[in-house]
Design a protein around this ligand. Structure first.
Ligand code: ATP
Length: 229
């Protein structure tokens, strides 16, 4: 379980997350919802070690949160940030190799191209010359080849064509079916709720609702905070 307890975090003197408690059990899909500015991205940054909290504690599988990017990766945590996260001047193959570090390279490429066949036809192409959708697929494939236990996804379907969004959600289902836990920030709320086991809804850096998707659907909070009924 990836567990945040009473976490406080922000930028400079500004507090964004206030006593936030949230958990992602191994193998489960957790949707993190909330209006603009609620603190969703900040939560993912804290949970992936990019931003140090000023209070509270974070544990991974019962151990204190690791220090440093390599240790975070070894603990099985992988963050797919908003805006892709691929190396544009490396080829698709090189991007995957960098991520596969020390693992069997052939397996990594096979795994990535099985998930996204389109990448298989573009292994020698520079990542920066691919379409936005293809770059996002590569970013997701990179997370996959690192064999993570927890993947934190920040609006990975942002600005993509509906068909690509379908492919991405299919991939997320695949990850989930393989037992990878997901913490999902997603503008397509309905789609996120379809695959989620559990939901946290943030407002002003606090948890305004937590429960199962079915409970949220019928909750007045959903309509109030999300502008959807
Ligand atoms: P959105 O849905 O709009 O992406 P969010 O729920 O992901 O929003 P965050 O990006 O976590 O929200 O932002 C929460 C608050 O923190 C906002 O008020 C934002 O302006 C502020 N904030 C985010 N990043 C920084 C930063 N680097 N420096 C200062 N303030 C920041």
């Amino acid at each position: 379980m990836l567990e945040l307890t009473d976490v406080r975090a922000g930028y400079g003197g500004v507090t964004v997350l206030r006593d936030l408690s949230l958990w992602v059990p191994r193998g489960s899909v957790v949707a993190l919802l909330g209006p603009n500015g609620a603190g969703k991205t900040t939560t993912l940054r804290v949970a992936s070690g990019l931003l140090r909290p000023s209070g509270g504690r974070i544990t991974v599988d019962g151990r204190p949160f690791p220090r440093g990017a390599d240790a975070v990766s070894r603990a099985g945590i992988c963050h797919v940030p908003e805006g892709r996260g691929v190396f544009p001047s490396l080829t698709v193959r090189e991007n995957l190799l960098v991520q596969a570090r020390g693992r069997n390279v052939g397996d990594a490429i096979e795994k990535a191209t099985a998930a996204f066949p389109r990448l298989g036809q573009r292994l020698s192409q520079l990542a920066g010359t691919m379409s936005g959708g293809e770059q996002q697929m590569l970013a997701l494939a990179k997370s996959y080849v690192s064999s993570p236990a927890y993947v934190l996804l920040d609006e990975v379907s942002m600005g993509l064509a509906p068909k690509v969004v379908d492919e991405i959600f299919e991939f997320l289902r695949r990850l989930a079916s393989e037992g990878v836990a997901l913490l999902l920030v997603e503008q397509y709320v309905t789609r996120a709720l379809e695959i989620a086991d559990y939901v946290f809804l943030l407002n002003h850096g606090r948890v305004a609702f937590r429960g199962e998707p079915g409970e949220l659907d019928s909750s007045a909070i959903f309509a109030e905070y999300m502008g959807v009924g």
